[in-house]
Design a protein around this ligand. Sequence first.
Ligand SMILES: CC(=O)N[C@H]1[C@@H](OP(=O)(O)OP(=O)(O)OC[C@H]2O[C@@H](n3ccc(=O)[nH]c3=O)[C@H](O)[C@@H]2O)O[C@H](CO)[C@@H](O)[C@@H]1O
Ligand SMILES: C=C(OP(=O)(O)O)C(=O)O
Length: 508
Amino acid sequence: MADDYLERIGKLIRDARQHRGWTQSQLAEALGTSQSAVNRIERGNQNISLEMIARIGEALDSEIVSLGYAGPMHLRVVGGRRLSGSIDVKTSKNACVALLCASLLNKGRTVLRRVARIEEVFRILEVLGSIGVRTRWINDGVDLEIVPPAELDLDAIDAEAARRTRSIIMFLGPLLHRVNRFKLPYAGGCDLGTRTVEPHMIALRRFGLDVTATEGIYHAEVQRSSPDRPIVLTERGDTVTENALLAAARHDGVTVIRNASSNYMVQDLCFFLEALGVQVEGIGTTTLTVHGVPTIDVDVDYSPSEDPVEAMSLLAAAVVTESELTIRRVPIEFMEIELAVLEEMGLNQDRSAEYPADNGRTRLVDLTVHPSKLEAPIDKIHPMPFPGLNIDNVPFFAAIAAVAQGKTLIHDWVYDNRAIYLTDLNRLGGRLQLLDPHRVLVEGPTRWRAAEMMCPPALRPAVVVLLGMMAAEGTSVLRNVYVINRGYEDLAERLNSVGAQIETFRDI
Ligand SMILES: CC(=O)N[C@H]1[C@@H](OP(=O)(O)OP(=O)(O)OC[C@H]2O[C@@H](n3ccc(=O)[nH]c3=O)[C@H](O)[C@@H]2O)O[C@H](CO)[C@@H](O)[C@@H]1O
Ligand SMILES: C=C(OP(=O)(O)O)C(=O)O
């Protein structure tokens, strides 16, 4: 961009900011950057991306600089490049959304450290903001502060934001302690086939919540009651376990939850509840005993842990690009089975000594992946609830199997649609055969070729396609990557920092 152009944009931004009555620091906070960066932008001394112009336009609600915010975001990938160096894993989407919902339990101020700046979190923040919860990014946009109002304004709920996430379902647990009657829009999220919320209703009914669903709205009525015996979950699902925990946290008494998920996000939520003064026994097991407290009013400061699925994604990026890459801050307990399978496939990797995550509980390692000659595994790849191979990590095995010698059977029994989207890799030269909606046979190795295509409407398969593009020589285009931004913060920029060449652009 020519310098005078930068200066002109800088002036427009300054005018729009002043028109809004904001200081540079306030704008910086809204953008998650520093005051000095805003100052440089306004003086035209900072190269500024279309992406940043779009975000400023959005923050200032200004037509003048909203030019770049016209359409969906796309990625242009120059593939065939080796990655090198090291990259940090960010905090997990799934813990962050659960903790945001959990903040509704607390009358006090909640601070969550190093929250991933991802679309899924933004949607929940929009919903929280619409019902009167004050949220703001602090410490240069790194941490989140959440301050609830005395009364929530549930009638004002931002239904559009709510419908774009599935996590909104986790409002039910906390809300049943605050209001006797409320409405919530249906939960949305990725298109992965049928994902019922029946297990949530079955668990929460025990606390006196009755929900009828009509025309895209859940109508909730609460006549608070005590579960008189252990709650047995009908599925060992993550968010259903979290919802039961959230309901139990402010239930005046002891609640036992059986067939609970002990997955990473559930553990993070348990640690957070403990910080709120709710004792939880059995963390990491399938029976959780919750000593609820009727009123929670504490100023709490908590650091959610790192994302094992992001760790798996970065590992898969290294494997398909035949790179040597160190992935730092890997929550090893939640990657062990994946790594054991990959070792059997021939992956050459080494790990640092373990060290604690900022929550003081989760164990992390730095993992270095070396270029390896991989063979297809003898047994099929299939997920199980933790401690099994993580359901969200299964799609990454499709990309890895594509570079391994031989045939790998991937069986995603969990989701109706997800395995189907993996066959998008065929557009990039992959040889994947869909045996039925849940099983794909991947034949490797692959001679990748560049292509232009739409993102599949599911987060992990979309990233798998991106990985294929990174492996393919030439320039590929991946269109409409909102679904990736739902779960990954600045993925393109971060991969570029270790040697990828991915450009983000928008239709203007
Ligand atoms: C915000 C969040 O944390 N999302 C995660 C959570 O979603 P969430 O907890 O919403 O997962 P679902 O309730 O949709 O469960 C996933 C699928 O597995 C099936 N199922 C699940 C458990 C079980 O014991 N038996 C069974 O059949 C469900 O019927 C469903 O089809 O868990 C999923 C499964 O780990 C992950 O993919 C999501 O990333
Ligand atoms: C399926 C996923 O998430 P969600 O439950 O948010 O749709 C995922 O993280 O891969």
